[in-house]
Ligand binder design. Sequence first.
Ligand code: PEP
Length: 249
Amino acid sequence: MRKKLIAANWKMYKTPDQARDFFRDFLPLVQAHDRDEIVVCPTYLCLDAAVTAAKGSSVAVGAQNLHWEKEGAFTGEVNAAMLLAVGATRVIIGHSERRQYFGETDDTVNLKLKSALEAGLIPIVCVGEVLEEREAGLTDDVLRRQCMRAFYKISAKKAAKLVVAYEPVWAIGTGKTATPQLASDAHIIIRGEAAKAFGQEFADNLRILYGGSVKPENATALMSEPEIDGGLVGGASLDPKSFSAIVKY
Ligand code: PEP
């Protein structure tokens, strides 16, 4: 049985004070909830506030990005050791907004994944097709390529804690959600790539999250699908009530 993981991606929202307010209201709502793993990924600037606020709870904190180098002249960047030092234990890698607006490529995803795993961070690697690719019937090819290149030259032993998020780009922040069946089909492709890279047993245990306009209203249908091992939630994770309703789908 794969334990489901529900992760919040706060993107570029919330100040440290707003992060503290969120945790004050959110933690009581999920206090007794141990069925699923809960992760909140705020901006770098709010990591410290989030880690402090989440202390003593079962909610883990993650970052939304990292740089792969150990240190150096990389203005504006943050590395894995820095994330761990402030108490972040998870990191999102290769989110489509980073691929779309900040030049993230399959190769940088691979470098970041290696660096996160090496340091002991739990990575959530995002893959997913854009609308034109889906309409052209290229979804499976895109997912295969993104996974193959993300997993390149990483051993199953090193990758043990890997989590993958399938996020069809046309469903992110658009209110359009993939059907559970469509998401499930994509997850099967991703699991197949994981089996090729890391072996069948690894793939059977790999958690693959779905992301793209997950909301309290559609969470039950999505999370009940056996292939879907949790969710990566953007907009609906900013509000404590709405995120707790998703967590408790
Ligand atoms: C995301 O940011 O990963 C995401 C899925 O956003 P939203 O839930 O707003 O579509």
